[in-house]
Design a protein around this ligand. Structure first.
Ligand code: D5M
Ligand code: FE
Ligand code: ZN
Length: 518
């Protein structure tokens, strides 16, 4: 009896324009004559079907008759163990965890097949179609006012705060507190730090003495973040000496939610299809692996931006393009997406290489691009967005601000080698891109979509092409590596990307395993 790699079946189906449910592929692979079974399915499938589903295969196999031309017996019962239906795992797949052998028999319903009825997927904070910004001055005023109101609300109960203008009228020596946006950070001639905070009434200067314990926190500060300071007014009431700093932060009492069953999500990003460095072999190995029993619990795939390489994103980028037309890049990406099992729910947000506006928040792809990527019926939402998978909330953000956090903060607090630690600072600031006017381009909107309003259970970013994960106050932060080998630019600045890895999260425990495909 022939051994059929599910991947070959998927390839055959996609070449004929079909996506396929994982269980459908498994059943075809388990058939006595998979080719005949596949032909029969395609003969019988309704004309308007885009996805080959398990029931299509079942129907085709059952109508094949007693002659057993397509070997329906091997997938007869839910509990049966078809002995001769070993799917081979494609070469090139080398999972870090788990048993990568193709030696286990194909599992049938109940273990191999997913029950979509058990799934739930909700999106919050998708701003696609909600953009009101016109780039005028009034928009900047609104977005900063909204930021100060909403992040300030997380701090106002914690300190006995006063408006900036009221503080300067208080007698010298008073204990004072203020909630504001960081307007300016300067070191003084004697090595102390002067931090100007701004609120709706005006600004007030706060001095952090270099020998105070809080001095170390100054290195973490970014302009435009919101925080609270407490301190003592100088004799002339013109400045206050800082005694404590408070960040909006994730409360230490935060308890993450988990799924009620064993189900997994793959969190990836930065595919960069269209680049000469796109690693098609690694991607194919990943897609093949998703079709194997090892990946049977992976029911969600989150893609945090940079689907394609794009055009004109960086100087001289065209010299490294494999596909020069942006639409052709998305067509090619879509072909790669089709290799993912059809029953996996996909959520994607754009990144800085994608064909949407560069300024954040970035709305989800437009109709034309959605159409190109429609076969897998992904959820296409804005960058950032919050998606809740079976009760587990995942904040998805592409991660351009991480470059800035890494550049501005001292090495031990944030570095490319530990991208998740840079993410911790965004969680602490409760904002995905605090600094305005720097590297990260921000579009002012009526409200600040970049605030981390609700604490997520998982924070997922990409962009820096480095894999890293860890927990901050029980929030799982994952930066997900990439599918692009080192570019010339990255070589020139010594960025050694983590390419061809897929972090897999158990949604019932929030444990992470990493699968390697390169
Ligand atoms: O960026 C991937 C990583 O590499 C991210 O940390 C930015 C950095 N990068 C890559 N190319 C450039 C250029 N040309 N200038 C500055 N920074 C760069 P991604 O945007 O995902 O390709
Ligand atoms: Fe990228
Ligand atoms: Zn990027």
């Amino acid at each position: 009896m022939p051994l059929e790699a599910p991947a070959r079946i998927v390839g055959e189906l996609t070449s004929r324009g079909y996506n396929a449910e994982r269980e459908a592929v498994t059943r075809l692979a388990a058939a006595e004559n998979p080719n005949a079974a596949l032909e029969r399915v395609l003969e019988e499938i309704p004309d308007d079907a885009l996805v080959v589903r398990t029931d299509h295969v079942e129907t085709a196999l059952s109508t094949a008759g007693a002659a057993g031309a397509v070997g329906a017996e091997t997938v007869a019962g839910a509990e049966s163990q078809p002995a001769d239906s070993t799917p081979s795992v494609s070469t090139g797949t080398s999972p870090v965890d788990g048993d990568p052998t193709g030696g286990s028999p194909v599992e049938t319903e109940g273990s191999r097949s997913a029950d979509p009825a058990q799934r739930s997927l909700e999106i919050v904070g998708d701003m696609t179609g909600q953009s009101t910004g016109t780039g005028e001055y009034s928009d900047f005023v609104s977005v900063f006012r909204d930021r100060l109101d909403r992040l300030g609300a997380k701090l106002r109960g914690r300190v006995n705060h006063r408006p900036a203008t009221a503080i300067q009228d208080m007698p010298g020596g008073s204990e004072v507190a203020m909630v504001g946006l960081v307007n300016d950070i300067r070191s003084t001639a004697s090595g102390h730090w002067l931090i100007e905070l701004e609120d709706a009434t005006g600004t007030f200067p706060w001095l952090v003495m270099k020998d105070r314990e809080y001095a170390d926190l100054v290195g973490e500060l970014l302009c435009d973040e919101v925080l609270a300071m407490e301190g003592t007014l100088a004799d002339d009431s013109g400045i206050a000496f800082v005694d404590a700093m408070h960040f909006p932060d994730v409360p230490r009492t935060h308890e993450p939610s988990t799924a009620d069953r064993h189900v997994q999500a793959a969190l990836i990003s930065d595919v960069h299809v269209g680049s000469q460095e796109f690693m098609a072999d690694a991607w194919n190995a990943f897609a093949d692996w998703l079709h194997t029993p090892d990946a049977q619990h992976v029911e969600y795939l989150l893609l945090a931006g940079d689907m394609v390489e794009g055009v004109g994103v960086y100087p001289d980028q065209d010299e490294e393009l494999d596909i020069v037309d942006i639409y052709e890049q998305y067509e090619a990406f879509s072909e790669h997406l089709k290799k993912i099992p059809g029953d996996i729910e996909i959520v994607m947000i754009p990144g800085n290489h994608d064909a949407v506006r560069l300024a954040e928040p970035q709305p989800g792809f437009d109709e034309e691009l959605r159409e190109i990527m429609s076969v897998h019926d992904p959820q296409i939402v804005s960058n950032p967005s919050m998606v809740t998978l079976e009760g587990v909330s995942v904040l998805m953000y592409h991660g351009v601000s991480l470059d800035e956090v890494i550049a501005e903060l001292p090495e031990e607090k944030a570095s490319y080698d530990d991208p998740h630690k840079a993410m911790y600072h965004l969680l602490k600031k409760r904002h995905v891109a605090p600094q305005f006017g720097g590297h990260t381009r921000l579009a002012p909107e009526e409200k600040d979509y970049l605030i981390i309003d609700e604490v997520p259970d998982i924070f997922h970013t990409g962009h820096v092409h480095k894999l890293g994960f860890g927990k901050y106050h029980d929030v799982l932060a994952i930066n997900s590596g990439c599918w692009q080998a080192q570019t010339d630019f990255q070589k020139s600045v010594n960025i050694d990307p983590d390419a061809g890895f897929a972090p897999i999260v158990d949604l019932d425990t929030l444990d992470v395993t990493v699968q390697k495909f390169s």
